[in-house]
Design a protein around this ligand. Structure first.
Ligand SMILES: Nc1nc2c(ncn2[C@@H]2O[C@H](COP(=O)(O)OP(=O)(O)OP(=O)(O)O)[C@@H](O)[C@H]2O)c(=O)[nH]1
Ligand SMILES: [Mg+2]
Length: 311
């Protein structure tokens, strides 16, 4: 392992942030899966929770189990997934439930499952299209059986609605881990871009991490190890951030020039943050302790291109 320059660590920031982040990572999170018989509630939970879980529970709507019976459970949930079978009609029972959720302003998604079954999905949905139109922003079409739209639509939609429970979702459920880390990296990068936060001191060869970047590294660290203590967290920050010296960033920027053309401060802040986030993830995922900064800059450029921050 190469020698790293010592980081001017913001110890107070690390101690305070780590405490807060660890607290956030153990917040209880509950997702209620509601639907009629045989629509795929348990198959969906098995797909999202793999193995045991304390996050999901189900409500089966039937003549014997009507809204007043489970309204308090709806109110307590952090998110409700209303699951229907695309091959069936949307029943009065489901419509009542959706009306209730809307009126009570409870967070929910309308998940239409088994889209692998109809030969012509559009034709199948046509009779209900007016009604479904009201829920466009909350509608997700999936097939649990054929694994359609789970990773690319349902999981991001759940993450979007998980608010302050994001970290505990990432800690509790393996399938949410990487997408949530990506989300943390993107939102930190966007924040840093907005404040164009990476200070560059020409000539200085010292690691430069913003407070936001330190918090991002800590969040990623906690997702991988929720028991992590301050001294280990400090070590992680030193290894991950240690390579991001002025010289390395300048080198990285040279490789960026053809990509971004005009290098704006915001683009530098964005890409630099993505590079640091990806480095942190790689460190935990692969246990790599000697990280090539150039490699992560390449990943950052790729990410930035995908997000159309640069072209
Ligand atoms: N074709 C198809 N079948 C599915 C899909 N998802 C679930 N199924 C099937 O639908 C049936 C019911 O699935 P479950 O997950 O048990 O549904 P549930 O809502 O928990 O059912 P109950 O608890 O019995 O009311 C099973 O035979 C599943 O294999 C899907 O996306 N496509
Ligand atoms: Mg079931």
């Amino acid at each position: 392992m190469k020698k790293r320059k010592k980081l001017p660590l913001k110890m107070r920031t690390i101690i305070k942030s780590l405490k807060k982040i660890k607290k956030e990572s153990i917040l209880p999170v509950s997702i209620l899966v509601a639907g009629e018989e045989d629509v795929g509630k348990n198959s969906l939970i098995d797909r999202l929770a793999i193995g045991s879980n304390e996050v999901f529970s189900t409500v089966e709507l039937s003549d014997k189990n009507i809204l007043p019976d489970f309204a308090s459970r709806l109110r307590k949930a952090n998110l409700i997934l209303v699951v229907v079978d695309v091959t069936g009609k949307i029943s009065k029972r489901i419509k009542n439930l959706l009306t209730y959720l809307e009126e009570s302003k409870l967070p929910f998604l309308l998940v239409i499952n088994k889209i692998d079954l109809p030969k012509n999905l559009e034709a199948q949905l046509e009779p209900a299209s007016n009604y479904l139109g009201k829920f466009v922003s909350k509608l997700v079409l999936i097939s649990v059986k054929k694994d359609i739209n789970i990773n690319n639509e349902l999981i991001p939609a759940i993450i979007d609605r998980s608010g302050e429970k994001k970290l505990s979702l990432a800690v509790s459920l393996p399938v949410f881990k990487l997408p949530i880390i990506e989300e943390i990296i993107k939102s930190t990068a966007a924040q840093n871009a907005a404040i164009a936060g990476i200070p560059i001191y020409p000539g200085a060869n010292m690691p430069i991490l913003t407070t936001n970047q330190i918090k991002m590294i800590l969040k990623i660290a906690v997702v991988y190890d929720k028991e992590i203590d301050v001294s280990r967290a400090k070590e992680v920050i030193m290894v991950v951030g240690g390579g991001f010296t002025f010289r390395a960033i300048a080198r990285g920027l040279v490789s960026f020039l053809p990509v971004i053309g005009l290098v704006t401060k915001a683009a530098i802040a964005y890409c630099g943050t993505v590079a640091i986030g990806k480095t942190a993830n790689k460190y935990f995922e692969k246990g790599i302790s000697d990280l090539s900064v150039d490699e992560t800059w390449d990943m950052a450029a790729e990410a930035a291109r995908k997000l159309k921050v640069v072209n």
